[in-house]
Design a protein around this ligand. Structure first.
Ligand code: CUA
Length: 347
């Protein structure tokens, strides 16, 4: 029983902790951990094939080296009958042994280098079978700006994309940029990592073939809240994706009961950093809030987007996300309540 639980723990460690990072996210069918061993779509499958090849070669090396070591330890161990006064035979130089430890490693390195170069080539120069959907992603400390130029849609942190069917592949081309420091984009199930570098536009692509929500992280230490710069890729049916796009394109409508909250939002300079279409709020330093309610999380995935967390965020963002660049606006409780009423109408 004990042995079994030990085995399970080692297995979990190998399958969960090593390839991915555990995540505390909960909500709609997202998986609780990420894995490079569950590729979804063409680029991830290419990476996965190389991963498996490298792992198998390394496993082979481990077995051969470990086996030789074990054999030597057992076979040449000290025995009671040993004569300790004379040295064992000393060997100086052996062409056969030197060739054995030089030539195979060189061949292994060549195989690994060729396989890796081929994968890098396939990933970096994709041959799209159809016109890719273009999404522009800008990394900020500590959130993701997401733009769909074709649809004139701007959102943050949660990337909606249509699923790729075998009959109709839908590649998605990502242009990765940074507004401040170097960040890294990685959704393990969908592709390998790619950099976001200031003053540079790196290309990347995904082509997910299974519906669901996939989690990603920033992979470059970019400051205090680097760990809470989470990505959610929501892969939905083409129909759901079209519905999402039309919802994002609709200008918000304002009910009379949001007037006070809207005024509080505007007089407290929230609009210097955030945009809400159709209002004087047009800041670009923070996430666009025009369709804030279409997002499931707050603060780039730091907490679910519910009333309690939203109030906490408005009272002082530094509580949920210490070190984030949104300051405590010193709102009073009435203002917090009214701004929540306002934000809740931003569908
Ligand atoms: Cu952005 Cu780490």
């Amino acid at each position: 029983m004990k042995g079994e639980s030990m085995f399970r723990r080692v297995f979990l460690l190998l399958t969960v902790a090593l390839p991915g990072t555990a995540s505390a996210q909960t909500s709609d069918q997202i998986r609780s951990f990420q894995s490079i061993f569950r590729p979804i779509g063409a680029p991830a499958e290419t990476v996965h094939r190389t991963d498996v090849l490298v792992l198998l070669i390394c496993l082979g090396i481990f077995v051969v080296v470990g086996g030789l070591l074990l054999y030597s330890v057992v076979h040449y161990r000290q025995r009671p009958t040993d004569d300790d006064t004379t040295e064992p035979p000393q060997v100086y130089g052996s062409t056969a042994i030197e060739l054995a430890w030089t030539v195979p490693p060189i061949l292994i390195v060549i195989v690994l280098a060729l396989a890796t170069a081929r994968t890098v080539g396939e990933i970096e120069n994709p041959k799209y079978v159809s016109d890719p959907l273009k999404v522009r992603i800008v990394g900020h400390r500590f959130w993701w700006e997401i733009r769909y130029p074709k649809f004139n849609v701007v959102t943050a942190n949660e990337i909606h994309v249509p699923v790729s069917y075998l009959s109709t592949p839908r590649p998605i081309e990502l242009t990765l940029e940074s507004a401040d420091v170097v960040h890294g984009f990685w959704v393990p199930e969908l592709n390998g990592k790619q950099w976001l570098v200031p003053d540079r536009a790196n290309k990347w692509w995904i082509q997910p073939t299974t519906l669901g929500t996939y989690l990603g992280n920033c992979t470059v230490l970019c400051g205090l809240q680097h760990a809470n710069m989470l990505i959610r890729v929501i892969v939905e049916s083409p129909e759901d994706f079209d519905r999402w796009v039309s919802r994002e394109q609709r200008p918000p409508t304002f009910e009379p009961n949001v007037a006070e909250g809207r005024r509080d939002f505007e007089v407290n300079s929230c609009g210097s950093c955030h945009t809400i279409e159709g209002t004087i709020s047009n800041g670009i330093f923070g996430p666009d809030l025009t369709h804030f309610m279409s997002r499931k999380t707050l603060g780039a995935g730091v907490a679910p987007n519910d009333d309690e967390n939203l109030k906490s965020w408005l009272r002082d963002p530094q509580v949920l996300k210490p070190g984030c660049l949104m300051p405590d606006m010193k709102l009073n409780e009435r203002q917090v309540e009214q701004i929540v009423v306002y934000l809740r109408t931003l569908n």
